[in-house]
Design a protein around this ligand. Structure first.
Ligand code: THU
Length: 146
């Protein structure tokens, strides 16, 4: 992926983290997904007074992409996080539930999804595939469906 595309994607995550609804954690996450049709789909975390009812930015974005552009390959997901309580120094790694959800799409489309992880400062981490950060993943083969 060329640098300009990468920068565009990262810049979108910063803008969208600003729109997160995170009154409880004060931890704002923004996500931008680049699709094979060159559309960009964004997301951010949405919290709830009943804490488990909220949803992470990554799943808001992948479900948004799946709903709006069903069957279109996801090329890349950029994620960035910031907090009004402290400086987020480490690149924002998706939680286990989000890795599982992204994995479903990677498996379905049969091509890897690149992850770009950004903190408020420091390096941007790049993972070539979500499978690299979710070893021994559970998938539909266990259900006898594939
Ligand atoms: N969060 C995300 O949006 N993505 C992650 O991968 C980890 C956590 C959100 C959920 C919650 O709104 C806040 O960050 C604190 O956990």
């Amino acid at each position: 992926m060329e640098d300009k595309t990468l920068k565009t994607l990262i810049d979108k995550t910063i803008a969208f983290a600003g729109n997160a609804y995170a009154p409880y954690s004060k931890f704002s996450v923004g996500t931008a997904i680049l699709l094979d049709n060159n559309q960009i789909v964004t997301g951010n975390n949405q919290e709830n007074a009943s804490y488990p009812s909220g949803l992470c930015a990554e799943r808001v974005a992948v479900f948004h992409a799946g709903a709006k552009f069903p069957g279109v390959t996801i090329k890349s997901i950029a994620i960035s996080a910031s907090s009004s309580k402290h400086e987020v120094e480490a690149p924002a790694a998706p939680c286990g539930n989000c890795r599982q959800s992204i994995m479903e799409y990677e498996q379905k489309q049969k091509t890897p999804i690149t992850l770009l992880l950004r903190s408020e400062k420091g390096p941007i981490y790049k993972c070539n595939s979500v499978a690299d950060i979710l070893p021994l993943a559970f998938n539909n083969s266990f259900l006898g469906d594939s």
